[in-house]
Design a protein around this ligand. Structure first.
Ligand code: AVJ
Length: 306
């Protein structure tokens, strides 16, 4: 029996164009490589968003009010949410949503130790699907937190559908959303083609994971990391390009990859501030303040959920 990853990888190899969800990047090694990406000189989003939060978390805290419940979509590193938990007035609950149960348990334990008065309620689920949350405590507003521009992994329709569901879950509260901005293509290109090759290793690790977890026989050295900015579609595309004609065995089937054929592994959409606010309005939010850095590389949006 193949896992969801197995079924999606078989479908990716069987269908043309070959494409798979970027959610499969994040096994233990993939998460470690992503943490290294966030430290790279070329990868500006993480440090820029942290700078924005540092400067403006006081204003965000005032908007959130007392005893807020923070719902984080995809609990990656705790660094950013710690900033909110430290600045908000007596936050009541933290509900991190993540597909990795192990990761969530570790994160929950750390935060309980650091914030003894905080009720930490991990929710193990795939936030790209339907989400069920426990009842609110009714003490304060429910504030969603979706940093890092992870929204950019969704296509326009999926992003709209996600935001519509988030608006429903957060009704009466708000969503605090990080969105990477459209900018000079050279800066975007460099951020996904770093000199140390960490992004390449992150992309290729998908094949290593498939070999280990699915018994596939990918030879990572026979694939090239290929990332470029598709300006008309406002997105970075990441692919793994077959360097030679090769045959891959997976789940009892064999798939031919021609020389130069691509497996599309990620889209990372970039936004304009107005484009993001329009999208939020269509999803049922009422846009509030937007914060950016002086170079306008990245944006953080307060979106009221009526
Ligand atoms: C986690 C989806 C925001 O799109 O920049 C980083 C993932 N991929 N380098 C991004 C990623 C390659 C990242 N997100």
């Amino acid at each position: 029996m193949l896992s969801e990853f197995g079924r999606d990888m078989v479908a990716a190899l069987a269908n043309r164009p070959h494409a798979i969800s970027p959610k499969y990047f994040y096994d233990v090694e993939g998460s470690r490589l992503f943490d290294r990406i966030c430290e790279l000189p070329e990868y500006y989003p993480t440090r820029t968003e942290i700078g924005i939060l540092e400067r403006s978390v006081g204003e965000m805290a005032a908007l959130a009010g007392r005893a807020a419940e923070i719902v984080e979509f995809g609990a990656g590193s705790l660094r950013k949410v710690r900033m909110l938990l430290g600045a908000f007035e007596a936050p009541a609950r933290y509900l991190p949503i993540d597909i990795s149960g192990d990761h969530l348990r570790d994160a929950a334990a750390m935060l309980r130790a650091e914030f003894p008065r905080l009720d930490v309620v991990p929710v193990v689920t795939d936030y790209t699907q339907h989400i069920e949350l426990p009842e609110t405590t009714g003490s304060g507003r429910r504030i969603g937190f979706f940093p890092g521009s992870t929204l950019g992994n969704f296509g326009p329709e999926e992003a709209l559908a996600f935001l519509q569901r988030a608006a429903g879950l957060l009704s009466g509260g708000a969503l605090l959303l990080g969105a990477d901005l459209v900018k000079d293509p050279q800066l975007l290109h460099a951020a996904y083609n770093d000199a140390q090759g960490v992004t390449a290793a992150f992309n290729l690790n998908l094949l290593v994971r498939a070999n280990r977890e699915l018994g596939a026989n990918f030879v990572p050295a026979q694939f090239a990391h290929y990332a470029f900015y598709n300006a008309p579609l406002q997105r970075i595309e990441m692919h793994l390009t077959s360097r030679v004609r090769q045959v891959v065995a997976l789940g009892g089937e064999r798939f031919v990859l021609e020389e130069g054929e691509c497996l599309h592994t990620e889209n990372s959409y970039k936004f304009t501030i107005d484009g993001l606010r329009d999208l939020a309005v269509r999803a049922g939010f009422r846009p509030g303040p937007v914060w950016t850095d002086p170079q306008r590389l990245f944006s953080v949006h307060w979106l009221h959920a009526p």
